[in-house]
Design a protein around this ligand. Sequence first.
Ligand code: GAR
Length: 195
Amino acid sequence: MSGSGSNLQALIDATTSPDFGAQVVAVGADRPGIEALDRAERHGIDTFCLPLADFDDRVAWDVALADEVASHAPDLIVLAGFMKLTGPAFLALFGGRTVNTHPALSPSFPGMHAPRDALEHGVKITGATLFVVDQGMDTGPIVAQVAVPVLPDDDESTLHERIKVSERQMLVDWVGRMARENFTLTDRTLTFGES
Ligand code: GAR
């Protein structure tokens, strides 16, 4: 997590229902003092923070991130507002079971400023994408997408906030499904219900 953590909050809220089928075992960030960490602490969830600047290089940071996440023994890892690419050490352990959410309809507008880029391009429909993390930037196999209209008077903030309403629901629905059901990833296709 790097940001306000509203997607995290939606997941935490969902886990209060026993039917959801998953618990949040830990929340990690690459920056201290962010709202996402506060949200986790308020709910008694373990937290960790690994700023890139604390490490010699990205390789060392990636190894430390992999070790830290492994220590919490998660079944599924959810990135939401985590503005760093995970590296080979992380993907060696957690590839295929790490998902990320992106505020655009991939493969359009990868990167850190998707709502702004969508506005500047003049698209009339954008949205959010849940995808399985690979080595690229917002390039992995798509789990789910939700469409959101761009309104004539939108600015970056109003558009992103409207995307996030749909994005949070998508995240909760599909992370819940991935937690409850077996899934198989073949090339770029995620299939449910097979062992
Ligand atoms: C979300 O819209 C997420 O998709 C985006 O940051 C926001 C975090 O919101 N991530 C990216 O743009 C990654 N490319 P939140 O902190 O309120 O959950």
